[in-house]
Write a protein that binds this ligand. Structure first.
Ligand SMILES: *Cc1c(COP(=O)(O)O)cnc(C)c1O
Length: 373
């Protein structure tokens, strides 16, 4: 039996009628972009994320871009972030004319290491973008404290972390801007692109709204250059249905993660791999279940899994500080040792909510055969 990395048809099957009705409702409404449905979804998301306000946008990438614009980050500013993330986190910093500065990760959690972050602060540092990677929050206590001390804006990249918590506080609600993605493979995924920004004040909310519509306020009068960052109603309608099922899906992911802990215990004991570390202060929502494969065997193992019909993915094979497009920033191999090691060891295996126990047993068997065989 093949085990895909993600099975969206299994995810949609039980809610297919609800989804069809929601999509048809939009078609009949003739309100296709923003409008009352998007507003209703924004309110539900704000509540779910424990944030005072939320604004729907066109993608997770645009959530980051619009937050940087609204925070006034631009040329001459440095923005501290991680190099072990999806490209958009740092790409958006460059797009507003600012300079991404990369700090190393905590090897246990793959998230930003606050101590390493703090000693990279310069007089030009304007903001920090922590990423709640794979569905587990970064150390927001320390990051918030550092930001306060140095007067920096925090923008949470919560694209992989909707509903995850740090000491009972939800991702996106611990800073002025929380950025979410509804890319289909995220825990709350649409049927196209979409995103959202949660924010802590009405002033930020109003500013984000202006930037979402080309910086116009009132209509046809532009004090700023914004963009078209609007969310469409089909996505909001689908996401509203899926939001109702999100906690059940998250609990299924958590059960699957716990089961892998049992199924892979012997391989951990062998020292062949290590399991992702779940911190007790967090609610991990398991967007990815990411192993570390030791001894330089990761790439061969991934091939063996593929041959056995088991999906896996490397998030992320090349850290951002050594990407060609950032060569002018002067990043070099050796600058971020924990990040660079993670890029050679990380391997994400199927964790989606509908994954069956028998499939997990099969994944574990395939790992065992490849590592011991
Ligand atoms: C998915 C993702 C994004 C970008 O979201 P899109 O909706 O694909 O634009 C940004 N940051 C992280 C960490 C992501 O995983």
């Amino acid at each position: 039996m093949a085990v895909p990395l993600l099975d969206l048809s299994a995810h949609h099957r039980p809610i297919r009628e609800e989804l069809d009705a929601a999509i048809k409702g939009v078609l009949d409404s003739e309100r296709y972009i923003l409008g009352p449905l998007v507003q209703r979804f924004e309110a539900q998301c704000a509540e779910y994320c424990q944030a005072p306000h939320a604004i729907g946008v066109s993608s997770g990438t645009d959530a980051l871009l619009i937050s940087l614009m609204a925070a006034g980050v631009g040329p001459g500013d440095e923005v501290l972030t991680t190099a072990f993330t999806f490209f958009a986190t740092a790409g958006c910093v460059s797009r507003v004319g600012a300079k991404p500065v990369f700090a190393d990760i905590d090897p246990d959690t793959f998230n930003l290491d606050p101590a390493d972050l703090e000693h990279r602060i310069t007089p030009s540092t304007k903001a920090i973008i922590p990423v709640h990677l794979f569905g587990q929050c970064a150390d927001m206590d320390r990051i918030t404290e550092i930001a306060r001390k140095h007067d920096l804006v925090v923008i949470e990249d919560a694209a992989q972390a909707i509903g995850s918590e740090h000491h009972g506080r939800r991702a996106g609600s611990m800073s002025p801007y929380g950025c979410f993605s509804f890319f289909p493979s995220k825990n709350l995924g649409g049927i196209g692109d979409g995103g959202l920004v949660t924010t802590d004040s009405e002033a930020h909310y109003n500013r984000l709204k202006v930037f979402r519509g080309h910086g116009a306020s009132p209509k046809y009068f532009h004090a700023f250059v914004g963009g078209n960052f609007r969310l469409d109603a089909v996505q909001a309608a689908v996401l509203e249905v899926k939001l109702r099922h999100l906690d059940a899906s998250t609990e299924a992911r958590q059960r699957n993660a716990a089961r892998y802990g049992e199924l892979l215990a012997d391989l951990v004991k062998d020292g062949a791999l290590s399991l992702p570390v779940e911190e007790p202060s967090k609610r991990h929502i398991w967007n990815q279940f990411t192993l570390r494969i030791k001894g330089g065997k990761r790439d061969a193992l991934r091939k063996a899994l593929g041959d056995a019909g088991i999906g896996s993915e490397i998030y992320y094979p090349r850290p951002l500080h050594v990407q060609e497009c950032f060569a002018d920033l002067g990043g070099r191999e050796g600058d971020l040792p924990h990040t660079e090691l993670a890029a050679t060891e990380a391997l994400s295996i199927p964790i989606y909510p509908e994954l069956k126990e028998a499939q997990q047993v099969e994944v574990a068997e395939a790992l065992r055969n490849a590592l011991r065989g």
